[in-house]
Write a new protein. Structure first.
Length: 317
């Protein structure tokens, strides 16, 4: 009797383990709600740790939560181009009606996107992917972002011998390169030196560490321009620890809403300014909705940035 009981116990435990494994794998793989819906959208992102992509997920999720006809599956490649290709292939296997992709800036996705484009509409956000096989590309004028920052610094903050620190994004990022070009073109010939450049990888912690390195060797800085608000805030935190906050002018990029996001940081006086970029999540949802309703959309949408100053002032140039 005891032997039979032990056998049944083993069987029950094994069965429970299998069910738990299947359930866990299914929930991680599918991420599809059980509610009824008419359309399924697949979203492939290169690395959600980047603040603008994190904001994209939040905004898009909020939009979809209010739309009973649409469901969405997100896939995060965690910085791995090969995984993003696999993510897109998996999304296509799910039978999605629209594919939204934020490319990593390389041409690695061109083939898989071309295949998807033969079957369903494809929306790209942020940058292109080395192919014309897409329905709509939504991007910001990144050179203009850099130019706006450079002009603001020259016209409002810079004096001879002032020290400037610039935090770029990920090395070789097309977005970062365009912002850098716009900035350098705007200050060329006026600020010949005294500019230190770091790659902050779009991350607050990385920028904070690099700013500390700078302050150890230079004691102080006068102006910091970071290619996103998160890195600008990281630089501010470093300045706080060295008790020079308030003496350093900080400019960021993104201008999102939220407690520690760009608009709030400007309102609190942490940042002198932020350059507001597109609401990629909201725009992608709107474009997807139009396509699902059978409407035509522009193939290339370039959103102009806005310089947001303390006091709520806005400048479009």
């Amino acid at each position: 009797m005891k032997k039979i009981w032990k056998i049944w116990t083993v069987i029950l435990v094994a069965a429970a383990t299998v069910l738990l494994t299947i359930s866990t794998q299914y929930s991680k793989k599918e991420e599809i709600s059980t509610d009824s819906y008419q359309y399924l959208i697949g979203v492939s992102l290169p690395n959600v740790i980047e603040p603008w992509l994190n904001n994209f997920v939040d905004v898009f999720t909020e939009k979809v939560s209010q739309d009973k006809k649409i469901n969405v599956i997100f896939r995060d490649a965690a910085g791995n181009p090969e995984k993003q290709i696999q993510d897109i292939e998996t999304l296509m296997e799910y039978g999605i009606d629209i594919l939204i992709v934020s490319p990593d800036g390389s041409d690695s996705l061109s083939s898989v996107l071309s295949e998807a484009f033969q079957k369903i509409p494809v929306i790209l956000t942020g940058v292109g992917a080395g192919t014309e096989d897409y329905t709509c590309l939504i991007k910001s004028d990144d050179q203009k972002i850099g130019r706006l920052a450079g002009e603001y610094i020259l016209n409002n903050l810079y004096e001879k011998n002032k020290k400037i620190v610039v935090f770029q994004g990920v090395e070789e990022s097309p977005v970062s390169k365009q912002r850098l070009k716009g900035f350098q073109d705007s200050v060329q010939g006026t600020i010949p030196e005294d500019i230190t450049y770091y790659c902050g990888d779009w991350l607050r912690d990385r920028a904070e560490l690099r700013m500390k390195d700078y302050l150890i060797s230079h004691d102080s800085a006068d102006i910091v321009f970071a290619f996103n608000d998160d890195m600008a805030y990281g630089a501010y935190q470093a300045c706080q620890q060295y008790r020079i906050e308030g003496k350093v002018h900080l400019i960021g990029v993104d201008g999102f809403e939220g407690e520690s996001a760009g608009l709030s940081l400007v309102d609190k006086g942490v940042l002198d300014a932020t350059i507001q970029t597109p609401d990629f999540g909201g725009l992608s949802y709107e474009i997807a909705r139009k396509l699902l309703e059978g409407n035509k959309v522009e193939k290339n949408i370039i959103i102009q940035p806005e310089l947001i100053l303390q006091g709520g002032a806005e400048r479009k140039e």
